[in-house]
Design a protein around this ligand. Sequence first.
Ligand code: PBG
Length: 342
Amino acid sequence: MTAPFNHSAPDIDRITGRRRLRRNRRTDWSRRLMREHTLTVDDLIWPVFVVDGENVRTPVPSMPGVERLSVDQIVVEARRAAALGIPVMALFPYTDPARRDEHGTEALSPSNLVCEACRAIKAEVPNLGVMIDVALDPYTSHGHDGLMQGEEIVNDITVQQLIRQALNEAEAGCDIISPSDMMDGRIGAIREALDDAGFGHVQIMAYSAKYASAYYGPFREAVGTSATLVGDKRTYQMDPANTDEALREAELDVAEGADMLMVKPGIAYLDILYRVKEAFGMPTYAYQVSGEYAMIMAAAQNGWVDEERIIMETLLAFKRAGADGILTYFAPRVAEKLKAGH
Ligand code: PBG
């Protein structure tokens, strides 16, 4: 037998002190036994898009596999979610442009798409949690989350409108109100208003550290704001360069009464997720946003990455970084995969 190399074998036992980490990785059962983090169906929140009409399913071009659904189809998917054991569905509307105005008035309508969808789910699938955003962007003609005076997004007047939006959603039976607008003081103001109106049981998931991100592009196509958005959201969403500021945002939300915190986007902000979870020990969630979904699907459709494995690996990364759950458009297929036991 010829030696593979012409130098003598190094004494690896001496180098490692006989500590050999590969021993635990040799077999599948052992790898399973060593596993520190797991993803379960209980970790999943499924964001869906609601659209007018009946029996409507319109594909979102930049999110292959994702469709806008009319309320009856939302109920079909809600039944599927509940059967799979997914705890929560998050509802986002595609509002008819004719019903958008500069004040986001449609956000206050008891018959807007998310309220209709929420009531329908609560009637048909009562054990599925329903979560709805508080932010005006799907309802404003200018596409901003807040109200505009000239070029400014005005904070305190916006908060008044957000309070009314939150109460409207709570009246429709929403379980988790999730302010994604990034105005100052909105968590405390909404908490107080909910409590005063008898909605003390309604939970608040604060989009605490929400960054001004290019990863939201496909979402804006899905809710129809990409074409109309005036300028950008950098005066209220966070600068991607900052970390400590995320902790200050989270600290205020905790103090103002948030029940849960969220970090968004996901995979590019795992450091933020880790620090927020470490600092507050709150139930903390990651949002694997539309652009992350689109990037995975685009690469997978080109055959450049293994779709299934990339999805599971990214979701596990959120768990490793400390997430108690993940909002992901992959939720139903992941739930199916977990149910099948592989
Ligand atoms: C609205 C909102 C956005 C997302 C969730 N809520 C977009 C934005 O702030 O422009 C993005 C979700 C995604 O990209 O999947 N305030």
